[in-house]
Design a protein around this ligand. Structure first.
Ligand SMILES: Cc1cc2nc3c(=O)[nH]c(=O)nc-3n(C[C@H](O)[C@H](O)[C@H](O)COP(=O)(O)OP(=O)(O)OC[C@H]3O[C@@H](n4cnc5c(N)ncnc54)[C@H](O)[C@@H]3O)c2cc1C
Length: 216
C-alpha cells in the first residue's frame, strides 16, 4: 500500500503499525468495492449502536439505504456524526509464539456524517446498488415503482475522511522463537461462491442463470 497520502484528519491517523495504513483513495475504494456490507456506528438518545447494512460506492461517496422507518437511517438523517467500517478477513496467521498470532485483512474506516440523497437522484443511486450486487441484472427485473421509491431512504457519506489498513504475509516471529518446533504459517480465507440455485416459483424461462457468479 502507498503511504504517500497523509491522513485526512488527526482522528483518521493510524498509530499502531502505521506502515499497514493507506489514505490513498484508490486503496480505500478497492476495499469498499469488494464489500457488500459495512457496519455503521452512531449514537442516539438510547446509546451507541453499530449496525450492519448493505453498502455501495459511487465516486467519492459511500451509500446505504433502507426503509424510511429504520431507526438507524432516521438517526443519521440529521447529519449526526458516525463512523463506518468495512472488513475483509483474508487469513489467520499462526505464529510460533502465542503473542505474535495475527490475522490478514483489508479494512476501511470512514469518519463523517451521512446526507440524504434527494428524490431526483434516489432512483439512480438504487440502480447502482443493483449493479453492485448483480451486474447486468437491472434491465431484466421489474423496476421499482413510485410507492417503493417513496418508502426508501438513501443516504450517502463522503469518503473525504477515510483510512485503510491491510495486513498480508506470514507470521512475524521474534528471532529467538524461529527455532520453536511448531507449525507456523497462514490459514487463508477467500469468499467461496457456490452454483446459483433457481427459485422454483414462477416461470422456468427467463434470462439465463447469472454465470458471472462463478466466473463462467
Ligand atoms: C480482522 C482484524 C482484527 C484485528 N485484531 C486486532 C486486535 O486483536 N487487537 C488490536 O489492538 N487491533 C486489532 N486490529 C487492528 C485494529 O483494527 C486497529 O487498527 C488498531 O487497534 C489500531 O489502533 P491505533 O491505536 O493505532 O488506532 P486508533 O487510535 O484506534 O485509530 C485511529 C484511526 O485510525 C483509523 N483506523 C484504525 N484501525 C483501522 C483499521 N483497521 N482500518 C482502517 N482504518 C483504521 C481510523 O480512522 C481510526 O479512527 C484488527 C483489525 C482487523 C481488521
Amino acid at each position: 500500500m502507498q503511504t504517500s497520502f497523509p491522513p485526512p484528519s488527526e482522528r483518521s491517523r493510524l498509530r499502531r503499525l502505521p506502515a499497514q495504513a493507506s489514505y490513498r483513495p484508490d486503496d480505500i475504494e478497492a476495499i469498499l468495492d469488494a464489500a457488500y456490507l459495512c457496519h455503521v456506528a452512531f449514537a442516539d438518545g438510547s446509546g451507541v449502536h453499530c449496525i450492519p447494512t448493505v453498502c455501495w460506492r459511487e465516486g467519492r461517496h459511500l451509500y446505504i439505504h433502507g426503509s424510511n422507518g429504520s431507526r438507524m437511517l432516521r438517526s443519521l438523517l440529521d447529519g449526526s456524526p458516525c463512523c463506518v467500517t468495512v472488513t475483509h478477513l483474508d487469513g489467520l496467521v499462526l505464529a510460533r509464539s502465542a503473542f505474535n498470532h495475527s490475522m490478514n485483512y483489508r479494512s476501511v474506516v470512514v469518519h463523517g456524517a451521512f446526507e440524504r440523497v434527494g428524490d431526483d437522484a434516489k432512483a439512480a443511486a438504487l440502480d447502482l446498488l443493483m449493479d453492485h450486487i448483480a451486474p447486468g441484472r437491472r434491465p431484466h427485473v421489474r423496476p421499482g415503482d413510485a410507492t417503493e421509491l417513496a418508502a426508501t431512504t438513501v443516504l450517502r457519506m463522503s469518503l473525504a475522511e477515510a483510512s485503510a489498513k491491510t495486513r498480508t504475509g506470514g507470521p512475524r516471529d521474534d528471532a529467538p522463537d524461529l527455532g520453536w518446533d511448531v507449525w507456523a504459517g497462514v490459514l487463508p480465507f477467500s469468499q467461496h461462491r457456490e452454483a446459483p440455485r433457481r427459485d422454483e416459483d414462477g416461470p422456468a424461462s427467463g434470462t439465463a442463470e447469472p454465470s458471472w457468479w462463478l466466473g463462467r
